[in-house]
Design a protein around this ligand. Structure first.
Ligand code: SF4
Ligand code: SF4
Length: 780
């Protein structure tokens, strides 16, 4: 399947009412504007809308952004803009979520146009280069008049209560001849919701002006704004800085100018030509051209153009110097156009490379935005140096949280961060499954595609309902399976998107009908329930959802709701129907008979109450992290058993016990594994290349270092539990049990520290556990 495109720049007018001398459209190398229509024709707009919606439908693109651009798009006039927006909305809206934006110089923006944009849901970005001096330096009419007052009038309009929601932000082109602080203050005075600071387009053939003192004037200029912005506690997002930091921390940069994200953007010019990024106009005459146009070529064909494909090559698409650069994750080689040099094209670092090498370290090492009311600096500086500290900057869970978890339970805020990290990861996994759906033919293929479409539209109207379902542990297990870790995913697995969508629709309380795949004679809606269906039903059955009710015309029995236990501090499902609950080496029990369910209903609250009495901090962490309990069958010999897996965060599998203390122990043990699995994903704790196996007292088999660390952490909590029990009931068996666990943990930590199998952050974690054990020394 070809790459999908979600961002389009629609050039609706090829002329402008200003004559800015820094304009890359009219003043740089590309001269194609001279031969193109002044405005886009209605039939070109209609064909573009058809192509975009066709592509979105084929690739299940959940959201499409269309930016109206020029020249100056408002020169199109109210009447033609009305027709254009109506066409885009009527053709694209039924297929996907359409985000419309217009980028304007602002001089023609008036109340009528704002009303039009309000009616069609169009956000407005305005160009302003700073204070009057800065703006007048370039942004003038052809006769030399200033445009400053008109732009300020447009921005005042956008700040009015009735239009404020349309205000997308300010685009500000850098000129190092201006005073950076004056520019910053002038832009912020317009109260924009966000700011884009744009480096002026330049290439190695036509380098940027360096008319101020110093070797790296752009780094110095932007650095001064950055200093002030950080000192002000980042009052507004500034995209260049945010993008560099996001990319450095391993997230999408959201910008062509930073990071290594594949670019999924196409430009459509006024003549219907598909083009590459507009910034290429600065490289050479004809640089953005693809030779393809909307009436003859689909979006798929345009996206396959080698120039666009090169922008999806990530690190491999960069020159050798950039590939070897320590800052490449943030920088990404700079904006593609800025790498151009005649002779070797784009196989160069950015012409701003020297500046970026100074600016990026400043941006990525700056303190984060402080919470309102808090100081800008962290209260407790990290203890460790090296890898631990470097990695910590990349994650929502920071190294101070790691210290809290090493000590034992972690606090509520840190536990919430763990849950948030996993919820975001789950959602990303599901999106990735949808992205890879491939051919959507056949009943199962259509079920997957229709399910994803329904989920996407529900996400716009009922985001909490979608979130509740996507973050369910066995949705994570399903997505992980689909993405091939086990290599067993098939069309039936992927069609589970239908069941996920049906569950979200039921949670949202809407009326709809959804196809759901039949697996092992049943259909399943995760976190919600299942129906057994009639033999011979075929690959899918349809469920009807009306408000809070659900029915299936092929069912042969009653709705099997996923049952819940709600007790003080904890609400969990007891899931005995989800087909993906069988995601580790345990044997899940089938649907619990009424008597067994009653037993669980009383055993779980009793176990949680017991844990809350003995270890309240751990009980609180359990309340934040646990979403589902899967009853499993006991091992041969009737031994109690429990399990958890990093592929189903928030779920534990346990055999039934009517002993609250024993059940509390199993839950506590698995909670430790769940927490550590996430921490080990976030931080480099152990050397996974270390192939040694270690003898441990809690198992007969020898364990690799990862298993050694996990077992140690689980038994740290058990030692704490038995310590609490020994204090309240100091009889011999209880005290001996506590001492046994304590010595197991102490010995295992010593072993890990002496064996050299931990990385620096892992050593820090082990030392944190050791501090806790040492704190028990007085117990005897
Ligand atoms: S307003 Fe924009 S399109 Fe018009 S001349 Fe200035 S930079 Fe170019
Ligand atoms: S442009 Fe310069 S700073 Fe950026 S990745 Fe390449 S070498 Fe590194």
């Amino acid at each position: 399947m070809s790459a999908s495109v979600s961002q389009y720049v629609l050039k609706v007018c090829g002329r402008c009412d200003l004559a800015c001398d820094h304009c890359y459209v009219f003043e740089h190398a590309d001269r194609s504007w001279r031969h193109k229509p002044k405005v886009i024709a209605p039939e070109t707009v209609a064909e573009a809308a058809r192509r975009i919606s066709e592509h979105a439908e084929r690739h299940l693109v959940a959201r499409v952004s269309v930016v109206l651009h020029g020249g100056e798009p408002l020169l199109l006039g109210r009447e033609r803009l009305t027709g254009l927006l109506s066409t885009l909305r009527s053709v694209i809206d039924p297929v996907t979520r359409l985000a419309l934006t217009v980028h304007t110089n602002g001089v023609l923006l008036d109340q009528e146009l704002c009303d039009l944009f309000n009616a069609h849901g169009v956000r407005v970005g305005v160009s302003l280069d700073g204070d009057r001096v800065a703006n007048d330096r370039h942004r003038r009419y052809a006769d030399g008049r200033s445009s400053y007052e008109q732009v300020l009038r447009a921005l005042a309009l956008l700040r009015k209560d009735e239009y404020r929601h349309l205000y997308a932000g300010i685009l500000c082109t850098v000129d190092v001849a201006n005073d950076p602080v004056a520019v910053y203050e002038a832009v912020l005075a317009q109260a924009p919701p966000r700011v884009d600071l744009l480096l002026p387009h330049a290439t190695w053939d036509h380098p940027p002006a360096r008319n101020s003192a110093g070797h790296v004037p752009y780094a110095a200029w932007l650095g001064r704004i950055h200093d002030r912005w950080v000192a002000d506690n980042r009052p507004v997002p500034i995209r260049l800085f945010d993008s560099l930091r996001e990319a450095w921390e391993g997230h999408g940069s959201g910008s062509e100018a930073a990071g290594l994200d594949p670019v999924d953007l196409l430009v459509l010019d006024t003549d219907g030509a598909w083009e590459q990024a507009d910034s290429l106009k600065t490289a050479y005459d004809g640089a953005p051209a693809t030779g393809l146009e909307v009436f003859s070529h689909s979006v798929d064909e345009a996206a396959a153009h080698p120039g666009l494909a090169a922008r999806r090559a990530g690190l491999g698409g960069l020159c050798r110097e950039c590939r070897a650069c320590s800052l490449v994750r943030a920088c990404g080689g700079g904006l593609y156009a800025h790498r151009y040099r005649s002779g070797n094209g784009f196989a160069n670092p950015s012409v701003y490379c020297d500046d970026l090498k100074v600016l990026i370290p400043q941006v990525i090492s700056a303190p984060r935005r402080a919470a309102p009311g808090a100081g800008a600096q962290p209260k407790h500086p990290p203890r460790a140096t090296g890898a631990g500290r470097a990695r910590a900057r990349r994650h929502a869970i920071d190294v101070e949280d790691l210290d809290l978890f090493a000590a034992g339970p972690g606090d509520g805020a840190a536990m919430t961060k763990i849950a948030d990290v996993m919820n975001s990861a789950n959602r990303a996994l599901v999106v990735e499954v949808a992205r890879r759906l491939g051919e959507t033919t056949g009943a199962l293929g259509r079920t997957a595609a229709d399910g994803w479409r329904l989920l996407s539209s529900l996400d716009a109207e009922h985001p909490q309902a979608v979130r509740d379902i996507l973050t369910y542990p066995y949705v994570q297990a399903w997505a992980t399976r689909c993405l091939g870790r086990s290599g067993t995913a098939d069309a039936l697995d992927r069609a589970h998107l239908g069941g996920i969508a049906a569950a979200a629709a039921l949670r949202a309380g809407i009326e709809t009908e959804v196809a759901v795949p039949v697996r092992d004679g049943a259909i399943s809606l995760p976190a919600v329930g299942a129906f057994v269906v009639a033999p011979g039903t075929g690959p899918v059955a349809r469920v009807r959802i009306a408000g809070s009710g659900v029915s299936c015309d092929r069912s042969t029995g009653p709705w099997q709701a996923v049952r819940r236990v709600a007790t003080t501090g904890l609400t969990v499902t007891v899931d005995d129907v989800d087909p993906f609950r069988d995601c580790q080496a345990w044997v899940p029990a089938g649907r619990l008979p009424a008597a067994a369910w009653e037993s669980w209903q009383s055993a779980l609250p009793a176990a949680v109450a017991r844990l809350a009495a003995e270890l309240p901090d751990y009980a609180s962490a359990l309340g934040t992290g646990l979403r589902s309990v899967v009853p499993i069958l006991p091992e041969a010999g009737g031994q109690r058993q429990s399990g958890s897996t990093r592929e189903a965060f928030g779920a534990v599998a346990v055999t039934f016990s009517d002993d609250p203390g024993a059940l509390a122990e199993l839950l506590l043990h698995e909670l430790q594994h769940l927490k550590l699995a996430v921490l080990a994903d976030q931080f480099d704790l152990v050397d996974r290349a270390d192939g040694r196996l270690f003898s441990v007292p809690w198992r007969r088999d020898h364990r690799p270092v990862y298993g050694l660390l996990h077992g140690t952490y689980a038994h740290l909590a058990l030692a704490e539990l038995w310590r609490a029990r020994a204090r309240s009931t100091p009889d011999r068996p209880t005290v001996d049990r506590y001492r046994m666990y304590r010595s197991w943990v102490g010995d295992a930590i010593d072993l890990m520290l002496s064996a050299g199998c931990l990385l620096p952050t892992g050593e820090r974690f082990a030392e944190g556990m050791l501090d806790t054990v040492r704190g028990w020394a007085d117990d005897g």
